[in-house]
Design a protein around this ligand. Structure first.
Ligand code: BGP
Length: 468
């Protein structure tokens, strides 16, 4: 029997985001973000036409939820402030008092319960008034975001000691400018690159503000790292393709956040294909000088890449796409989460952590998301109304074993957060896949019931590990 013991004070908990969990309440003063607006104009895009207003009602039920977090072994919890709730009109910058009250209560009650709040500032939720002005594509948004960040630090930074500037900055690029999962639903790689650049600059400016305020906490970013494996690691062309994919999707975000620079191979590629973003020379010093203190690693699945013969002209009608430079390798026999269609490759979490240890100065980090979305989970309900999600327990254990191995090899990993606490709303997939430790009955006032995995997590965290 092997024993997997984690350090004392390891951060155990879960992650959520404001837009996916809070919901919207009449009179709460929140303005539309891109999700509210997109649902109003194209409800058919959303699974079962369920939009962002139908969330797990954390806005109303946060006190009950905090008690449920205690019952499921949390000592920490990540969520995000919704920009469109706190500052309904970013052009005036006026703060919504209802939002301040809500976030104050949430933060205070979490702390009172012994659960450390980890607060993220941007989780895919561009205020619609800003999107109408170009969103992240418009440089003006960088300063508006920095103002918003500073207001958050001043309002809540006396109590919140772990801040994050953004969640998965590649996703607004992929979603909004490559693959059609987010507004503005364009296909334009050059715009995507510009957006990624503005996000990196905005993150650095928020880090600068935070450090200048001397509030005694840490600030970081949350990246979805997808270790990339070549189809055949003895074939130099596959290895080169995998290096490109890793550079575009991972290093383009890791490098500026941690090293304060952009990866030179990707910069060269941008130059070669006329994809360089517009920037000011002085930005580069801001990015260089304002690197993060703590990295959140979201890990769900790896990428696998094979070589592709690069054409002189883009393959599709929308100009160059990343896939013009590599072939997505669909590895036969890979283990799949059949519901979400994502590969399950537990060792990837270890590879991501070891990469940070070896190539990014072993910066302090933690697993900020990992999880398994399951469709029709209600079919696993037992007579007591509890979901028997043994598959989720197995999924977590299998990943934790690799986190443990990374720790043994010297990784500075400090915690593990599951996605998510309450089953919540998932962008275009709405409630198709359930991820939580706690089920939410949407037909019954969002009634909460702890799943088997929630009880297991409590036991596991009390022992700071498990045996198998
Ligand atoms: C991450 C996001 C989360 C969450 C999760 C699950 O990338 O940070 O917001 O949604 O993925 O993905 P999905 O909801 O698309 O199944």
């Amino acid at each position: 029997m092997a024993k997997y013991e984690f350090p004392k004070d390891f951060w155990w908990g879960s992650a959520a985001s404001g837009p996916q969990s809070e919901g919207r309440v009449a009179g709460d003063g929140k303005a539309d973000n891109i999700w509210d607006a997109w649902y109003q104009t194209a409800p058919e895009k959303f699974f079962n036409q369920v939009g962002p207003e139908k969330t797990s009602m954390v806005y109303q039920k946060y006190q009950e939820d905090i008690s449920l977090m205690k019952q499921t072994g949390h000592n920490s919890y990540r969520t995000s402030i919704q920009w469109s709730r706190l500052i309904p009109n970013p052009f005036t910058g006026e703060v919504n008092p209802e939002a301040v009250t809500f976030y104050n209560h949430l933060i205070d009650d979490l702390i009172a319960a012994g659960i450390e709040p980890f607060i993220n500032l941007y989780h895919f939720d561009m205020p619609m008034v800003l999107q109408e002005n170009g969103g992240w594509l418009n440089r003006e948004v960088v300063d508006l975001y920095t103002d918003y960040a500073e207001k958050c630090f001043k309002l809540f930074g006396d109590r919140v000691k772990k801040w994050f500037t953004q969640n998965e900055p590649i996703v607004p690029v992929e979603g909004g400018y490559l693959y059609g999962w987010h507004l503005p639903d364009e296909r334009n790689l050059k715009h995507g690159v510009q957006v990624a650049y503005h996000e990196a600059l905005a993150s650095a400016k928020a880090v600068e503000k935070y450090h200048a305020l001397n509030l005694g906490g840490t600030i970081g970013i949350i990246l979805n790292l997808m270790p990339t494996y070549p189809k055949d690691d003895t074939n130099p062309a596959d290895v080169k393709a995998a290096k490109f994919v890793d550079g575009f999707f991972n290093r383009s975000f890791l490098d500026p956040a941690i090293k304060g620079t952009f990866p030179s191979d990707i910069v060269d590629w941008l130059g070669e294909y006329d994809l360089m973003p517009t920037y000011h020379q002085s930005d580069l010093a801001i990015i260089k000088e304002n690197t993060i203190d703590l990295l959140g690693v979201n890990y769900y699945q790896p990428r696998r890449a094979a070589a592709k013969e690069i054409q002189v002209e883009p393959e599709g009608e929308n100009g160059w796409m990343p896939e013009d430079f590599y072939t997505v390798y669909d590895m036969p026999g890979k283990k799949l989460n059949p519901y979400r269609g994502w590969e399950i490759y537990e060792k990837g979490i270890y590879d991501a952590l070891i990469n940070i240890k070896d190539n990014y100065g072993n910066i302090n980090c933690f697993i900020s998301e990992n999880g398994m979305g399951v469709e029709d989970e209600a079919r696993f309900i037992n007579a007591d109304g509890q979901i028997n999600d043994d598959y989720r327990i197995e999924f977590i254990q299998d990943h934790l074993k690799w986190v443990h191995k990374a720790l043994e090899e010297g990784s500075n990993v400090h915690g593990y957060h599951m996605w998510t606490c309450m089953d919540n709303w998932s962008w275009l997939n709405a409630y198709k896949n359930r991820y939580g430790f706690i089920s939410v009955d949407l037909d019954n006032e969002a009634k909460r019931t702890i799943k088997k995995s929630g009880y297991w997590f409590k036991e596991m965290t009390e022992q700071n590990g498990f045996s198998d």
